[in-house]
Ligand binder design. Sequence first.
Ligand SMILES: *Cc1c(COP(=O)(O)O)cnc(C)c1O
Length: 483
Amino acid sequence: MKTVFAKSRPGREGVWPEQPAQDVSAYIDPALLRGGAGTTGLPDLSELDTVRHFTELSRKNFGVDSNFYPLGSCTMKYNPKFTEYVAALPGFAGLHPVLPQLKGAGRFCQGALEVMHESERLLCEITGMAGFTLHPMAGAHGELTGVMLIAAYHRDKGNKKTKIICPDSAHGTNPASAALAGYEVVTIESKDGIVDPAVLRAALDDEVAALMMTCPNTLGLFERHLPEIVAALKEVDALLYYDGANLNAIMGKMRVGDAGFDVVHLNLHKTFGTPHGGGGPGSGPVGVSQRLLDYLPISRVVKLEDGQYFLDYDYPKSIGYVAPFYGNFGVVLKAYAYMLRLGREGLIRVSENAVLSANYLRKRLEDYLEIPYNRTCMHEFVASAVQQAAKGVRALDIAKALLDKGTHAPTIYFPLIVKECIMVEPTETESKETLDRFVDDLIEILTRAESDPASVQAAPTTLPVTRLDETLAARGMVLTDDM
Ligand SMILES: *Cc1c(COP(=O)(O)O)cnc(C)c1O
């Protein structure tokens, strides 16, 4: 496929309503002016060429708009298009971040500020936290922000804390965030798939700043000992961090704040109406308990007595800025529209369906694949291809064979604590027919792994690119547009 630049022919152009020519050059510093028409470096294309180019490109992409995408730990779910419509409304899409805020000076962004204020309020209601910041731009960014808040709390109290505990079933970003914030990471082993309070107690001392828990954890299991865990941490004045990236497993069923957690981050791009993947933009708001409110990043959106909204920077104990301006406002806006559209009952059904879908797949597959922790799971479950691997067909081969069926591969070899791991997250948005087809496809592959293992090891055979040498693909990449 040629690039748009190769397709460019001088003088070709699209159709756009004639605009009366406006000479604005008098208002612009000449040093900032481009050389005039034709000097932008952009290709000259007809409208049809442009439309066909991008349609063809989009068809080469794999996405939830075209196929099932059961990528565990990533929540690749269908997100409704109405949120995109709302985010594209000109009053929002055309906003500039430094427009005057208050009505007296200009009325342009009161609506946007209201969206931020109301979104924080709704997220507080959903999670039971005392306050939220919408600034962090991804889940991992939210984690780093959260750990910085924890550090600020301990610094303020004069606590000498050097360690953060992460269970081995935590998402990989948890220990990474703790280390990035300067903490020593202490890993504790999970028992029967979840944190064991006795193991945790053995790792606790006065230098522990916090425990970071992914819940449900990366095995898709709910942490059943939360009350004992919370109590143990309070004894050494350690804080509790809840990785709530996958809130679509517990939303409306349990509130993180009520359970005694001090910090939670959410992934709006997993749970709340923004597609995940594709490199962003994302949004990882962080909620905090009362005792961390003072440290939240600036700015914070407040409601004045006269009903106006205002961005307040006057928080002397704040950890400061974590993002330029106000984070990814468009993602917050989509989440707000999503929450309003689904309402209380709808958000609860999201969790119920996500958990139901995962358990349905787990039950249908348990006779064909080993499921190491085969009990009620949350939004995802982890299977293992150890039996198949013993005969030469590995999790990787099974994942590749699924590509030939038109399904995206599930996550494999993560979490690290399960050998030949296959991690499946169906999400709440898939129909029973799609889930059944996935199971039937997988059963066919597993049957073939017995009868004709070579055919599974050779997959994929129907895609433009077959099995790659992954090291060469990364280290000796050959870039070409000739496909
Ligand atoms: C996706 C995910 C993250 C990281 O979120 P990013 O937006 O990709 O940085 C962290 N924790 C858990 C449990 C996740 O599923």
